[in-house]
Structures are given as C-alpha cells and as structure tokens.
Write a protein that binds this ligand. Sequence first.
Ligand SMILES: [Zn+2]
Ligand SMILES: [Zn+2]
Length: 386
Amino acid sequence: MAKRDYYEVLGVTKGANADEIKKAYRKAAIKHHPDKNPGDKEAEDKFKEAAEAYDILSNQDKKARYDQFGHQAANSGGGYGGGYGGGGGFSMDDIFSNFGDIFGGQFGGFGGFNGGSAGRAPVNQGSDLRIKVKLNLKEIANGTTKKLKINKMISCDKCKGSGAKDSNSYSTCSSCNGSGHVTQIVNTFFGKTQTTKACPTCHGEGKIITSPCDKCKGNGNIKGEEVIEIKIPAGVGEGIQLSVSGKGNAAFHGGINGDLLVLIEEEKDKYLIRDGNDLIYNLNITIPTALLGDSIEIPLVEGKAKVKIEPGTHSGKVLRLKGKGLPDINGYGRGDILAVIDIAVPSKLTSEEKSLISQLANSASFKKAECSEKQNIFERMHNFFR
Ligand SMILES: [Zn+2]
Ligand SMILES: [Zn+2]
C-alpha cells in the first residue's frame, strides 16, 4: 500500500515546528477519533494514519531520516526486530499507549480503550527469552541445528499450567461477576463514554483460585529446563536474531508462552575473513613464485582448492573463486572466495643472497620492470573494500 506523505497527512508544511505538528495531530485525531465516528472504517484508517505520521514527525531522529530517505527509512527501526515497519501500521492500543498524553485532560480516560470491543479478556503472556549461539564458518555455510538445554519458566506439570489444585478449586470473581472485565463511564470531550478494561481482581480471568496447586503455588508455571532444537538457516551472520515462536517462558496461569530469541554470533575463522557473502583470503606467495608462477593450495570453507599463480604476478592481485563463498540467507546465490595476493619479502638476507640479488638487480628485466598495475590500484582497492 502506497503511503501518503506524512506532512500531507497532518496538513502541515515541511517547515512546521514541533508545536505546529502537535497541534495538527491533535486536530486530526479529534476529527477522526473512533468514538466520534463509530463503525467508520475510513475514519479509523485516517486516525491510524495520523498517529503514524505524528510518531515520525514528532521524533527528531525519525523525522530527519524521513526527510532524507522517505517512508522506508523512517520506519526501519535500525536492525532486527524494529517495531512497526513495513506498513503494518499501528493498532488502536498502540496509539493510546504511545500518544495518550497528547489528548491531555480533554480525553480523560482513554487508557482502557479496547477498539470498541466488549472487553476481550487479556491473555497472560510469558516473557521472551534471549540466548546467544556461536557458529563457525562451516555451520554458517551449511546451516545447522542446535540442541540446547535452556533454563526457563515451564508450565507446571501437576496442574497443567492452570495453577489450581483441580477443576473445583475456583470461585467466580465477585468484582466482575465472572465476566473478566469492568466497565466505567468516563466524561470525555464528546460527552459520556463507556470504557471497558480487564478486571484488576482476577486479571481478566473471571474466576479466582480458591485452592492453589501446591507445586507451583498457584502460578501455573515453575522454574525448569527444556531441551530446544533450533534450526539455523545457511547464510546467517553476526547480529542476526532468529525468533522461535512459543519457546520462551511459560506464562502465568497457562497463558501464551513467550518467544525464544536467538542472537547469532560468528566465530572468527582462522583463514577466511567474511565480507558479506564473500570470503577474503590473504594469499602469501614468495618472490620466486610471483616471478615464475606456481600452483598453490588455499583453504575453502570445507577442504582446499589449488589456484594457479601466473608468472609475473603482482602484489594485490585478486583471484576470484566463483561460488566458493557463503550462501545468501535469502537464497540469492552464493558469494565468492577472493584470494588477495601478498608477496612475502624476506627481512634478512645472508651476504651470499645479497650478492645474488644485486646481480639480478642489474639484469635487463629487473631494471625495466615497473608496476604495470599501478593504474589499477584504486580499482583493486575498491573491489577489495566493496
Ligand atoms: Zn501447578
Ligand atoms: Zn474479576
């Protein structure tokens, strides 16, 4: 879905200051407020659109990025797991929790706004767990499966997560008469508004445990451990976070488990340096090899390969082994291995060697030799660092 210009959404000019932006958003939010336009999908969309525009334009960093790069940049959170990117937009709950203050006293009790629904019971949510997994180059190249024992909150096996001794261990919550939510009448800008929120006594469950499970003390979850198999796709890199749904901490009273977040770390390889999907190898050759040529073995991710050094090879030359790098995580082919030639120069010579080299230095070929690739040096550096 193409997005409208945020300035246009709020009806302000690009030069508008923070106060003008805030006022414009307030105006738009009041106009399109769902309480004022019940059941009007278009008004709801406009309300959300204005909230999104305000979120970006009221934040100096996001605004600067948006001004420079447009929608995509402004919404990308910088790294993985960044909030509401990609056009999903805001939920009503987000809007009220993020910008409730903007309405000031005028909108009083919007905290409990539930999109007009008759108080859906909140579901207990277990917290997310974070772990780090270190991978070597071979595992990154092929993808791997890791079996890890993880300490976490697990569902209580005795009560199956309910927290109650048995099915008769409940009584109906007297605060909400079992409905799980309580209703309040609030005076707002538009007159009296009915708001609904989760019952604070029973946490929205509608019932109270009278005899709790003795193993989990009525919580439904206990400290424990679980062996979890984590499938890691080929081509991942340092800092990438994978999410394993439902493998985080078990929730209070048998709610929804949190997620397991797996942060990838790369083990440094002894020989190959990663550059995106390419791998760089520093290929040291001797002066005689540079002059006379040879066939030399170099390490791959797995195994070895022979590369041919042409006679008269210069330092800095790059030999490209196509497709011997890492697979792209999104399946766009494979990178290469770039073997960068470095000519090893001995730092000490015997007097005999010195005299031999001196003789060579005066030979015709040595005298007229020049750095024939001089003109390419910038190009080669560019290739190397790209
Ligand atoms: Zn229990
Ligand atoms: Zn209740």
